[in-house]
Structures are given as structure tokens and as C-alpha cells.
Design a protein around this ligand. Structure first.
Ligand SMILES: Cc1cc2nc3c(=O)[nH]c(=O)nc-3n(C[C@H](O)[C@H](O)[C@H](O)COP(=O)(O)O)c2cc1C
Length: 201
């Protein structure tokens, strides 16, 4: 199996999503010995956000982008296409994903490469058969019947974009209520670890 492992938390060793994503990858490697893992730490090695200077790396007719940008955009899509399993550490920062992760999204959600519009509407071009995991953490609670559910522009944004480009089989492993303190984090991690242990493929 080819596993693409992406982290985006800026909280280093204190990050909850980094712990979750590492444990999901470890589970997958245990299930599929000999797997190859490609790791991208978007906080340590940030992707240049799209700008007037480099938009040509993802948009036809938008000018000439620096060669390094073209190579990076192509490499990120190639990594995604080559992966059988995609694990993304995705914290909630101000109701959305970190800007570091948004920069990755902007490089891989590319018309003509990962999606296109046809007679039946939008069509994802990411090859079928991949499995995705979102390792999510947030200070509050947004799942289920939470009154704050409409503020979730993090899991919903990421799962939405992945589905749009063709990666529809996406599971969310989450720890919520991180802001309530260490006990809440431990309780959330215990529950998340049960979800990770239940991964069978
Ligand atoms: C800059 C920043 C913004 C945050 N914004 C929110 C927020 O809007 N809602 C929320 O519930 N928690 C918020 N949090 C709390 C994080 O979601 C929580 O700390 C989570 O564990 C982050 O994942 P990480 O530990 O992997 O970085 C924020 C944290 C930071 C550092």
C-alpha cells in the first residue's frame, strides 16, 4: 500500500491531530506490512499559498508560474494519485482548517486535473478505490446535535473538497472538546483510539 500522511498542526508536540494521524498510519502499516509512507509536514515545510505570481501552476491561461511552483503543484497531485490511503491531520483553527492545509487544498483541487465539469455536472478525477482519513481535533464540540455544528467549516470543508475531487470514502477520527482540559483530551483520545483499532482495511 502507498500511504500519504499529511500533518498541518502548528502546535508541534502538543498537537492532538499529529498524535491521531500517526496512530492511524501505524494501524494501516500494521494491517498492510511493507507499506510505503510519504510524509508531508505542512507546518515544518509550508506550501507557498496561491498568489498572482504562481496561480499559473494550477490554472491554464493564468500566466507563467515559476518552475518550482509548477513542479510542486504537480508533485502534490502525483502523491495524491499514487496513494491508496490518505491520512490528513486537520485541526480546527477559527472554525476552518489551518492555512497550511488550505494551501495544500488549493494545489490539489485543480480543474482539468483532479476534477472537471461535464454534461452531468462536476466529476472527480482522482482515481477510484482510495481510502481517506481525517484526523480531526477541535477545542469545542461540533458533532451530532451540537448547536455549533453550523460553524464546522473544517471537517466539512476538507471532506467536501476530497469528495468533490473523487475521494469519497473518507472516515473522520476526531477528538472534540480539547479546550475543556487534559482530562477531556484523554477521554477523547481513548474514544478515538477505539475507532482506530476498529479500522480493518
Ligand atoms: C489558532 C487557533 C485557533 C483555534 N480555533 C478554534 C475554533 O475556532 N474552534 C474550536 O473549537 N477550537 C479552536 N482551536 C482549538 C483547536 O481546535 C484545538 O487546540 C485542537 O487540538 C487543534 O488541533 P492540534 O492540537 O492538532 O493543533 C483553535 C486553536 C488554535 C491554535
Amino acid at each position: 500500500m502507498n500511504i500519504l500522511h499529511i500533518d498541518s498542526s502548528i502546535l508541534g508536540d502538543r498537537s492532538v491531530t499529529r498524535r491521531l494521524s500517526a496512530e492511524i498510519v501505524a494501524r494501516e502499516v500494521a494491517l498492510h506490512p511493507g507499506s510505503k509512507v510519504v510524509y508531508r509536514d505542512l507546518a515544518a515545510d509550508p506550501i507557498e499559498p496561491l498568489s498572482a505570481a504562481n496561480i499559473g501552476s494550477v490554472r491554464v491561461g493564468a500566466g507563467v508560474a515559476p518552475e518550482a511552483d509548477v513542479a510542486l503543484s504537480e508533485a502534490l497531485i502525483a502523491e495524491l494519485f499514487a496513494a491508496d490511503i490518505v491520512v490528513i491531520g486537520a485541526p480546527m483553527y477559527n472554525f476552518s482548517v489551518p492555512i497550511q492545509l488550505k494551501a495544500w487544498i488549493d494545489r490539489v483541487a485543480v480543474a482539468g486535473k483532479t476534477f472537471k465539469y461535464g454534461p452531468d455536472g462536476a466529476q472527480g478525477l482522482v482515481p477510484a478505490g482510495k481510502k481517506g482519513f481525517i484526523a480531526s481535533a477541535r477545542g469545542g464540540v461540533y458533532s451530532g446535535e451540537s448547536p455549533y455544528a453550523p460553524y464546522d467549516h473544517q471537517e466539512k470543508q476538507l471532506a467536501g473538497v476530497l469528495g468533490f475531487i473523487g475521494l469519497r470514502d473518507v472516515s473522520v477520527i476526531r477528538v472534540e472538546g480539547v479546550g475543556k482540559g487534559p482530562e477531556a483530551v484523554e477521554a477523547g483520545l481513548t474514544k478515538a483510539r477505539a475507532d482506530i483499532a476498529a479500522i480493518t482495511a
